[in-house]
Design a protein around this ligand. Structure first.
Ligand SMILES: O=c1ccn([C@@H]2O[C@H](COP(=O)(O)O)[C@@H](O)[C@H]2O)c(=O)[nH]1
Ligand SMILES: O=P(O)(O)OP(=O)(O)O
Ligand SMILES: [Mg+2]
Length: 212
């Protein structure tokens, strides 16, 4: 069923174990937030694996040498509000010098279409790799709209990182943004008639911020 989807599932045992705890309805906001932060860090580690390196001349206390550093401008992390904020600190734990942009989108509960309410981006988006983060890729409307907004601001190198996805959402992003690699921890079964991922984990924003 998922064979046509262009998506990388990060199946590291630590990620999968933590995700299972997050899915449980008994898991409270405090633990949910902490696990999301940890998973974001682990996923970020995998996603940045192929970032290009360049040589730099340095001097250690012992000798001069040529060492490696990440090439190019500092990466940008762009959480989709609110739920994407839950993945920001985990990313900043491993890329502390990253620039941070914010895109505010909520899903209209009737139409399930994304509604934009905020956008503030780092400078020079055209020259940075931007990692868009949102725990849930459901219909794909929010992620796709965020990627479109970033491209309208000049972004050229984009990565989408979500925790749980539905095949429907991956399909939409693949179709509308074939240039954007998609990383997830799980591709779940389907969407229900309210646009929630099944089995999923519920409303990520509500679970992170305790607004159920
Ligand atoms: O099971 C779900 C499904 C969606 N969300 C929230 O909605 C958006 C993504 O929905 P799209 O339909 O892909 O636009 C996401 O930002 C979540 O905040 C959810 O929490 N749980
Ligand atoms: O996508 P939504 O409407 O669930 O937004 P939020 O992340 O603020 O819960
Ligand atoms: Mg929500």
């Amino acid at each position: 069923m998922n064979e046509n989807l262009k998506v990388t599932v990060i199946d590291h045992p630590l990620v999968q174990h933590k995700l299972t705890i997050m899915r449980r309805k008994e898991t409270g906001s405090n633990e949910f937030r902490q696990l999301l932060r940890e998973i974001a860090m682990l996923m970020g580690y995998e996603i940045t694996r192929n970032f290009p390196l360049e040589d730099v001349e340095i001097e250690t206390p012992v000798a001069k040498c040529t060492a490696k550093r990440i090439a190019g401008k500092k990466v940008g992390i762009v959480p989709i509000l609110r739920a994407g904020l839950g993945m920001l600190d985990g990313m900043l734990d491993i890329v502390p010098a990253a620039r941070v942009g914010h895109i505010g989108l909520y899903r209209d509960p009737k139409t399930l279409k994304p509604v934009e309410y905020y956008c503030k981006l780092p400078s020079d988006v055209a020259d940075r790799t931007l990692i868009v983060v949102d725990p849930m890729l459901a219909t794909g409307g929010s992620s796709s709209a965020a990627l479109t907004m970033l491209k309208e601001h000049g972004a050229k190198s984009l990565i989408l990182m979500c925790l749980v996805s539905a095949p429907e959402g991956v399909r939409v992003v693949n179709k509308e943004h074939p240039d954007v690699p998609v990383y997830v921890a799980a591709v779940d079964d389907h969407l229900n008639d309210k646009g929630y991922i099944v089995p999923g984990l519920g409303d990520a924003g509500d679970r992170i911020f305790g607004t159920l």
